[in-house]
Design a protein around this ligand. Structure first.
Ligand SMILES: [Zn+2]
Length: 1018
């Protein structure tokens, strides 16, 4: 999946002790905020959790105070709405602890029973020997497990007590018939699952979530007729147990037939419906699926774990006027009733449940055949003019991957579909990839250089998944990085090879910097971490699995050289096609290639099993380079920075010097100890480690070496690559953050920027300066903030003045222009706003028909939206535009106003999802949060609408992730903490919450350390 360039951290609890997860422990941990369908809320065991845990503390008064203090901070404009807020706050108060259940007499009774059972089980666990829940067990592990079987919804014993499914029965084939009704928004389904029995059993345990099962039977070749079977349900784990009439015998196949019905989801998860306006502005419905990671079970009963691969035969019954798509090509369409037909698709290859997909809609497409595969792009009919770029790109990339992996894409068709309302960036369903419109559609008139990069990148990512993820799948979600890290790595690699003019390697560098900021927090986690619960699984879809995973592969590739790397992954894909893998399988495949010269497994384990990354400190003495490593941790604990001594990485160091032999450069050295000494051939004037930042570590130098590098930048900047220059800027500011380098030295380094003409270093410099600007500005020190900007303006002034307001030049020049002008206009530098205003007025006078340069379009809109007139006009154009690329820029401009009422209106309207689609809300909040009034407002909005947000978005992802953005919450510490603590223990344990709180503390620390310097110096 592609996460819309924003990560979705979720809960992660280190629970190695309870690998077996006895039920009582789970009851106590079950999340209050587990995403529920409304009709799902009444499950008794859920409410029992309240009794187990919630012994009534009332924190709500503190919420009241939060509103007060926010209002004070926002001043008068905020007070205007404070009465409304209070009313909402009262409503919010009622729901905040009621989201788990509305206790009825029945649930109370069940709760009491569960409580008694819970207490007795806790006693039993307490009295058991300590070895009971260790991996090894006490030699009679099964015996203890029997004690803690949970109760099914009908009160009977549920015959399975673990989160993971048993492996005694495995699915071979699914025959699935679905009948979605877009008018009633319900669907009926029937599934026949052929299973094979590995160990004799009386039960088949599988997943089902929110399905109303009406009939279940079981057949076998040996039986003369299908036998009805009882189905027990245990909704806490989305499990059902089919109780067989006879023992199921080893080696035999059985067919389980289940009829059921359910509602189409109104979230973006599962089998869901969305509305959209067609070309005649009429409201229409579309149904689509998003199953990754755990929602296939909400569309049909299934063995919903990635390792349970099977074949699928899918049949969709639909209205005649719609059409249906699925993973495989359509085989035949037959009439089934008046106005209803059934599409039957070909039998799929062996695949995981999370990759199953189907869509019922009225979309149009264009297609092109390559290498016996028909590639099609689908979009709403009025947007068919914007799909050509995607088609060309997809065909080119598909050809590239087939050549690079030496494995053909195995299906006869590949559909890429733009869904008008879609939460993620895209989803790699095998043969039927779904996208948000902005990540697939490209409009020549309104899409910018950056938009082109985005569309190309997302297609490259999803196509890479057709091999990494679909053909070879991670065995379990703990190794999600194998899917996502690889797809992300291949995305940049394939673009670099196929579309070098897009220069996306610098994009990759930028996201690596951001990911390292996150990974240097204490709240970080190893990219391969044990996960069990749905929250833990969803929390794996974060920047670390994607970007850190990809960064580690890049580092490995550079170290073992490209040919070995390519041979290694080819080997891996061949060895495991249609199978499932763990991280070790990848390293084993690589080791077959390195053949004893390097133990890839030993090296890479230090990176995937440890959180964080190393700081390498270099000290030069004559011809000797002393290098030592320690963990780079941004800590709030003490003034004296120390790191945990137990961390040790095997670091493939790379370095270059002024005397570098071009045939040997960059040099490599494997640092697998705490410290080492590297001997150079001769003395050098300077040395730069981590060449092009291909390695995942930060480098600190002795004072003289820093000075030598700073001089080098000032006098001969092309001696280092643009990536190296960006890397030095990033490193020095990171080191300021942990107190290793004084702030003034970092600013001293930035002085070379007068000569810089490249985007990567400039945008890294502006990123660092903006962080400081935000900290100062949001503490109310406007004057000091202005002086920070002045300082940078002096360095960039001539570049700002040189820019033309056009789309001319290479991609790099265009991006440079876009970055510099956006910065200039947002800080009112030079005559930026004058020019932007003039362009906006001309565009407005032409009623939006005059075309604007795409790369500066957003800056023009943002400047124009500063007046009431401009804002209103932009909004009217927003509602009529058919280009998502244009709308995206308009919306960002609308949300950058500082008019509080307009901001509230935007967020509210998007939450309703009619005039502005709900999918845009996260983007709006991310923009609103950037301004001074906006960041408090956005925080209040999220608090007020918490329950709605997490219901609609299923997980605590985008919105809360924005709350956890590093820049913003200098004031808000007590509020953030109190709010999350008031929600539930589970929420306060969320990783994104921990990250937010840690970041806030780090920001405060940063200010304590550097404010005086800034004030004196500027
Ligand atoms: Zn992905």
């Amino acid at each position: 999946a592609e996460i819309y360039r924003i990560q979705l951290p979720r809960n992660m609890i280190e629970n190695s002790m309870f690998e077996e997860e006895p039920d009582v422990v789970d009851l106590a941990k079950e999340p209050c905020l587990h995403p529920l369908e409304p009709d799902e809320v009444e499950y008794e065991p859920r409410s029992s959790r309240l009794l187990v845990r919630g012994l009534g503390e009332n924190e709500m008064d503190e919420d009241e105070e939060d509103y007060e203090s926010s209002a004070k901070l926002l001043g008068m404009s905020f007070m205007n709405r404070s009465t409304g807020l209070r009313n909402n706050a009262a409503g919010y108060r009622q729901s905040s602890d009621g989201s788990c259940s509305v206790p009825s007499l029945r649930t109370m009774v069940v709760c009491a029973i569960v409580l008694v059972i819970a207490v007795s089980v806790i006693m039993v666990i307490y009295l058991l020997p300590k070895c009971t829940f260790t991996k090894e067990g006490c030699h009679k592990k099964n015996h203890t497990m029997e004690l803690i079987y949970p109760l099914a919804t009908n009160g009977k014993r549920f015959p399975w007590a673990k989160t993971r499914l048993p492996s005694n029965v495995v699915p071979l084939h699914y025959d699935l018939v679905l009948q979605p009704n877009l008018t009633t928004t319900k669907f009926a389904g029937s599934v026949q699952i052929t299973v094979n029995v590995i160990q004799v059993t009386w039960n088949i345990i599988l997943h089902s979530s929110g399905l109303n099962i009406t009939k279940a039977t079981l057949t076998s070749a040996g039986w003369n007729q299908a036998k009805p079977v009882a189905v027990l349900e245990y909704p806490i784990r989305d499990q059902i147990a089919v109780v067989a009439p006879d023992a199921l015998l080893v080696g035999q196949n059985y067919t389980l037939i289940i009829d059921y019905s359910s509602n189409l989801s109104d979230t973006y998860y599962g089998f869901y419906k969305v509305s959209y306006k067609d070309e005649h502005a009429e409201k229409r419905w579309l149904a689509a699926t998003q199953f990754e990671p755990l929602a296939a079970r909400s569309a049909f009963p299934c063995f919903d774990e990635p390792a349970f691969k099977a074949t699928f035969l899918i049949k969709i019954q639909r209205d005649e006027q719609h059409s249906a798509l699925s993973n495989m090509p359509k085989n035949i369409t037959i009439p089934v009733a008046a106005g209803i037909v059934q599409d039957e698709f070909s039998v799929s290859l062996k695949m995981s449940t999370y990759l199953v997909a189907f869509i019922v809609a009225n979309l149009k497409n264009i297609s092109k055949e390559t290498n016996r595969t028909l590639v099609s792009i689908y979009a709403m009919p009025q947007k068919l003019g914007q799909v050509e770029h995607a088609l060309d790109t997809a065909v080119k990339l598909l050809e590239f991957y087939q050549k690079y992996f030496h494995i053909e894409y195995p299906l006869q068709k590949l559909d890429l579909v733009a869904i008008p309302d879609f939460q993620a960036g895209a989803m790699e369903n095998w043969g039927l990839i779904t996208f948000r419109e902005t990540t697939l559609l490209f409009d020549n008139k309104t899409s910018s250089a950056m938009d082109k990069k985005l569309v190309t990148a997302v297609i490259a990512h999803e196509l890479a998944h057709q091999w990494f993820g679909n053909l070879v799948t991670m065995e379990w979600w703990n190794d999600l990085w194998l899917n996502e890290g690889f797809a992300t790595f291949m995305e940049y690699f394939a673009m670099d090879r196929t579309f070098p003019e897009l220069q996306t390697d610098e994009e990759f560098l930028k996201v690596r910097f951001k990911t390292m900021m996150k990974d240097s927090l204490n709240a970080s986690h190893p990219i391969s971490s044990a996960v069990q619960s749905s929250e833990q699984i969803e929390e794996m879809f974060d920047a670390l699995s994607y970007i850190k995973g990809a960064s580690l592969l890049l580092m490995l590739k550079k170290y073992i050289k490209h040919d070995s790397f390519q041979a290694g992954i080819e080997n891996y894909l061949h060895n495991h096609s249609y199978g499932s893998t763990r991280s070790d399988d990848l390293w084993d495949s690589m080791n077959e290639i390195t053949n004893g010269t390097l133990d890839v497994k030993k090296l890479m384990k230090t990176w995937i099993l440890q959180k964080g990354f190393p700081l390498v400190t270099v000290k030069r003495q004559g011809k000797s380079l002393h290098v030592q490593q320690e963990r780079f941790l941004r800590s709030v604990e003490s003034e004296n920075w120390t790191s945990d001594a137990s961390y040790l990485w095997h670091i493939p160091l790379s370095y270059t010097t002024n005397k570098c032999n071009p045939f040997l450069c960059p040099y490599a050295y494997l640092l697998d100890q705490k410290s080492a000494t590297i001997e150079l051939q001769e003395e050098v004037a300077w040395v730069k480690f981590n060449v092009d930042m291909n390695g995942y570590y930060i480098v600190h130098y002795a004072e003289d070496d820093w000075n030598a590098l700073i001089d080098l930048l000032k006098n001969n900047l092309t001696a280092l690559s643009a990536k190296d220059r960006a890397h030095l800027i990033n490193n020095i500011f990171s080191l300021v953050g942990i107190g290793k380098v004084p702030l003034l030295k970092a600013f001293h380094l930035l002085d070379y920027l007068v000569k810089e003409n490249h985007t990567a270093p400039i945008s890294q410099a502006l990123f660092q300066v903006n962080l400081i600007y935000d900290l100062v500005e949001k503490r109310g020190m406007q004057d000091l903030a202005a002086r920070v900007v002045d300082r940078v303006e002096k360095l960039l002034r001539s570049k700002i003045d040189q820019q033309t307001w056009t789309d001319d030049g290479t991609i790099s020049e265009r991006e440079f222009r876009s970055t510099v002008l956006a910065f200039a206009c947002s800080h009112h530098l030079g005559n930026c706003r004058t020019t932007a205003t003039k362009l906006f007025e001309e565009w407005k006078a032409s009623n939006g028909t005059k075309s604007l340069p795409t790369d500066v379009m957003k800056t023009v809109f943002t400047t124009g939206a500063k007046t009431d007139d401009g804002w209103e006009f932009l909004l009217s154009m927003y509602t009529s535009s058919v280009s998502e690329a244009e709308k995206h820029k308009m919306l960002e401009a609308l949300a950058s106003t500082e008019d509080v009422r307009k901001l509230i209106w935007l967020m509210q309207t998007s939450l309703e999802g009619d005039l502005i689609r709900a999918q845009e809300l996260s983007h709006i909040i991310a923009t609103v949060i950037q301004s001074l009034p906006g960041h408090l407002l956005a925080w209040d909005f999220v608090k007020e609408n918490w329950e709605k947000l997490i219901r609609k978005w299923h997980t605590l992802n985008l919105e809360t992730a924005y709350i956890a953005q590093p820049e913003m919450h200098i004031f808000l510490t007590p509020q953030v903490k109190t709010f999350f603590e008031s929600k539930s223990e589970k929420v306060s344990q969320l990783r994104c919450v921990k990250e937010a709180i840690e970041t806030i503390q780090l920001n405060i620390k940063w200010m304590e350390r550097n404010l005086a310097t800034l004030q004196q110096w500027l």
